[in-house]
Design a binder for this molecule. Structure first.
Ligand code: 5GP
Length: 177
């Protein structure tokens, strides 16, 4: 039987992901010290991460969602990003924590941070990414919080897709080439 994970090597196990998310949530709990936050989850890749992270947060939490689209060849970022006409007035005056699946070139993060600052008036704005590919960064954007630093591999699973598939895998894997 061919399964979604037959061609993958495991990079980060389900257990490692869950353990790190619990400790990352503690860092976030300490940082905000009980103040209310809005988790702004970037669809679709950050869904699994945002949901699991939210379960460990102890302050009052709201969840909002934003969808971006980038146009590239699927495995590399083109740097062109569009956001859909989401109405996020809910984040005005709030501590906003953007929750992303991965920072690669950093262009998406930069776009999103500028977009939010232009359109809305959050009290504070921070960025949390599950994965951080430092080698491939094309700007100086760094996440305020991140789960794992990884090398330059195209990873899938736990929200990250391979042509739309494999987001549901509970671990993070990569294709050996
Ligand atoms: P950046 O703009 O930082 O280059 O890329 C951010 C977006 O590119 C991520 O939100 C994700 O959608 C996609 N991306 C970057 N690297 C990977 C990867 O290794 N695997 C997958 N599935 N998507 C990636």
């Amino acid at each position: 039987m061919i399964t979604q994970s037959s061609d993958l090597k495991v990079l980060i196990t389900e257990e490692q992901i869950q353990k790190r998310i619990a400790s990352l949530a503690n860092e976030i709990n300490d940082y905000y010290n009980g103040e209310e936050i809005v988790l702004l989850c970037v669809l679709k890749g950050a869904v699994m991460f945002a949901v699991d992270l939210a379960k460990h947060l102890t302050m009052p939490v709201k969840m909002e969602f934003i969808k971006l689209s980038s146009y590239g060849n699927g495995t590399t970022s083109s740097g062109q990003v569009q956001s859909f006409g989401t109405h996020l007035e809910e984040i005005n005056g709030k501590n906003v924590l953007i929750v992303e699946d991965i920072i690669d070139t950093g262009l998406t993060a930069e776009f999103l941070i500028n977009y939010i600052k232009e359109k809305y008036t959050p009290k504070t704005l921070n960025f949390c990414s599950l994965l951080n590919k430092k080698e491939t960064r094309k700007n100086s954007v760094e996440p305020d919080f991140y789960g794992f630093e990884i090398e330059n591999k195209f990873v899938v699973g736990y929200g990250l897709d391979d042509m739309g598939y494999k987001r549901n895998l509970p671990f993070i894997g990569y294709k050996e080439v």
